[in-house]
Design a binder for this molecule. Structure first.
Ligand SMILES: [Ca+2]
Ligand SMILES: [Ca+2]
Ligand SMILES: [Ca+2]
Length: 116
């Protein structure tokens, strides 16, 4: 996904030699292959509070260092930086999982997970 490479902090996944992929390919890779979505920093298939905690712990949100962020550090639009633009893109994708956080924290869910 996004990360350091010979091309800088840009998306450089190639399915065929000589053909760089675009945003639609990233969406295909995320949704179709990895079962992930924009904002799913830890690639567990859900965009929820654990992803936000993960990316903010990286300490790279709108920092002063250029091109230093990758997918797991909050750069979800592949421009090399973790900014409000990444948060906007993630939330605009509509994939934030509010239910997962509520379900995980309810007493019944906790009891089920401990008894099972
Ligand atoms: Ca996740
Ligand atoms: Ca930066
Ligand atoms: Ca970014």
């Amino acid at each position: 996904m996004c990360g350091n490479s010979a091309y800088g902090n840009r998306l450089v996944i190639r399915f065929r030699p000589g053909q760089a992929v675009g945003r639609s390919d990233l969406t295909l890779l995320l949704d179709g292959i990895l079962n992930a979505r924009t904002g799913d920093a830890n690639l567990d298939g859900r965009f929820d509070s654990s992803d936000l905690i993960c990316v903010f712990q990286s300490g790279e949100f709108e920092d002063a260092i250029a091109d230093n962020s990758n997918w797991t550090e909050g750069d979800w639009n592949c421009d090399g930086e973790f900014t409000t633009g990444d948060l906007v893109a993630a939330f605009q994708s509509g994939g934030y999982d509010f239910d997962a956080n509520v379900a995980d924290s309810t007493p019944s869910a906790t009891a089920r997970s401990q008894s099972g």
